[in-house]
Design a protein around this ligand. Structure first.
Ligand code: NAI
Length: 469
């Protein structure tokens, strides 16, 4: 181990580890400081990956219980073992985090396990879990990739037992009879779906008058309806004012968002999923005069430069969508910049996916955003009920919605709710990256019969040439 590197990355998550690997590939000597016992950050350890493992397991269960009959397949006596399901999830996580450690070795990135603190802009002291201190110097750059932490609400203290964040909700040792989810966003809907499918009564309390704020309103309405059909109850325009652990559960007080009569709710477990906030505590940023904005994020300029020379920041600690693939984009681009290459990013075409059943996937602007910006657009929609493959598969839920500039036909936004939406959205992202129009999408030959034909069909509808509806 050295005591000086060209680049030191703080944080081994989806922003930090790609930054470290790319910088090493570009010829720099690199260390990555990570305090967890495994690499991969929130996404791999307690976020995207374990949640998708559980989402998939619980979907397999529901499909076996409810989806097989339509195919003439009888499955009786279906049951599940939660501890095995959780163990499988842990194995998926362990394998992937080990994979990152292997990639570090392969690319000669030194992983320094411990917690980093700035002594100067280029010198870090790193405290290991055992308490030993090591000082390392960065010759060229320090990249802060420390991610985000769970946002909390006053009056609700997370204990990860009965009042849990997403971390605790990924490891509940038994299925709660009643789960109350605070927040109808990405985490609330995904993890609420998992526990609903495993048998919990789930109620989602959302402050606003709709779920998934920021998603296209029409798509969000469909998702709301579909999740209700799956048995999730929604209480919109409600705020939680307190939550206290009782003998055998949690008692919550909620009231209308606009104020009014409070109401009491009982639950076995409550999940707090009201967003995440940038994590910069314990870095000692005051020692180097690093500026934060009003939301606690680190503002960056071209090439991810902070206000301190030689210090860069990427991922959830900087402005932009808090998504794993966005932080990877940041990390890799930042490393490219350090090697003197182009280091610009454009978040306008970063897709978002909610891994509910069905999935919701989106890229570009929503109808509401276009209306608010006064941009004239045309729209084309195509429901999966009219898609032959969806019919073969026996799942015709959802639709594709395409928004294109009324004057130039440039694609402005594509929103999909339906099976495999998260995979299908990449076609729209690619089209938009290439400056594509709805006419382009309509002209592209799609294999038949596939779900992705619905993208072409929605584009045809937009063009006034719809054929299958
Ligand atoms: P979120 O920002 O997606 O949703 C939070 C929800 O809570 C919003 O609907 C908000 O209106 C509501 N809310 C806020 N305060 C409230 C209160 N006091 N009472 C009731 N409702 C309240 O945040 P979430 O779901 O916690 O996710 C955190 C971050 O992780 C997000 O930035 C998300 O993008 C990311 N994430 C992404 C996933 C994906 O890409 N599939 C999966 C999970 C998380």
């Amino acid at each position: 181990m050295n005591d000086a590197y060209d680049v030191i990355v703080i944080g081994g998550g989806t922003g930090g580890y790609p930054a470290a690997i790319r910088a090493a590939q570009l010829g720099m000597t690199v260390a990555c400081v990570e305090q967890r016992a495994t690499l991969g950050g929130t996404c791999l350890n307690v976020g995207c990956i374990p949640s998708k493992a559980l989402l998939h397991s619980s979907e397999v269960l529901t499909e076996t219980q409810e989806g097989l009959a339509q195919h003439g397949i009888a499955a009786t006596g279906v049951s599940f073992d939660l501890s095995k399901m959780l163990a499988r999830k842990e194995k998926v996580v362990a394998d992937l985090t080990k994979g990152v450690a292997y990639l570090f070795k392969k690319n000669k990135v030194d992983w320094i396990q411990g917690s980093a603190r700035f002594e100067t802009a280029s010198r870090l002291s790193i405290v290991s879990e055992a308490g030993s201190v090591r000082v390392v110097e960065a010759r060229k750059a320090v990249i802060i990739a420390t991610g985000s932490e769970v946002a909390t609400i006053p009056g609700v203290v997370i204990d990860e037992q009965r009042i849990v964040s997403s971390t605790g909700a990924l490891s509940l040792s038994k299925v709660p009879k009643k789960l109350v989810v605070i927040g109808g966003g990405y985490i609330g809907l995904e993890l609420g779906s998992v526990w609903r499918r495993l048998g919990a009564d789930v109620t989602v309390i959302e402050f606003l008058d709709r779920i998934v704020p920021g998603m296209d309103g029409q798509i969000a309405k469909q998702l709301h309806r579909m999740l209700e059909q799956q048995g999730i109850e929604f209480r919109l325009q409600r705020r939680v004012t307190s939550a206290e652990a009782t003998q055998d559960g949690v008692r919550l007080a909620i009231e209308p968002a606009a104020g009014g009569e409070p109401e009491s709710l009982e639950a076995d477990v409550i999940l707090v999923a009201v967003g995440r906030k940038p994590f910069t505590a314990s870095l000692g940023i005051e020692a180097i005069g690093l500026e934060l904005d009003a939301k606690g994020r680190i503002p960056v300029g071209q090439g991810f430069k902070t206000n301190v020379a030689g210090v860069f920041a990427v991922g959830d600690v900087i402005p932009g969508p808090m998504l794993a693939h966005k932080s990877t984009l940041d990390g890799v681009t930042c490393a490219e910049g350090l090697a003197g290459r182009y280091a610009g990013v454009d978040y306008a075409r970063v897709p978002g996916v909610i891994y509910t059943s069905p999935e919701v996937a989106t890229v570009g602007q929503t109808q509401e955003e276009l209306d608010a910006a006064g941009i004239a657009y045309k729209q084309g929609m195509f429901p999966f009920t009219a898609n032959s493959r969806a019919r073969c598969n026996g799942d015709t839920r959802g639709m594709v919605k395409i928004l294109a500039d009324a004057r130039t036909d440039a694609l402005l936004g594509v929103h999909i709710i339906g099976p495999d939406a998260g995979t299908m959205i990449s076609e729209a992202v690619l089209a938009m990256e290439f400056g594509g129009s709805s006419e382009d999408l309509a002209l592209v030959v799609h294999p038949h019969p596939t779900l992705s034909e619905s993208l072409k069909e929605a584009a045809l509808v937009l063009q006034g040439k719809g054929m299958h509806i």
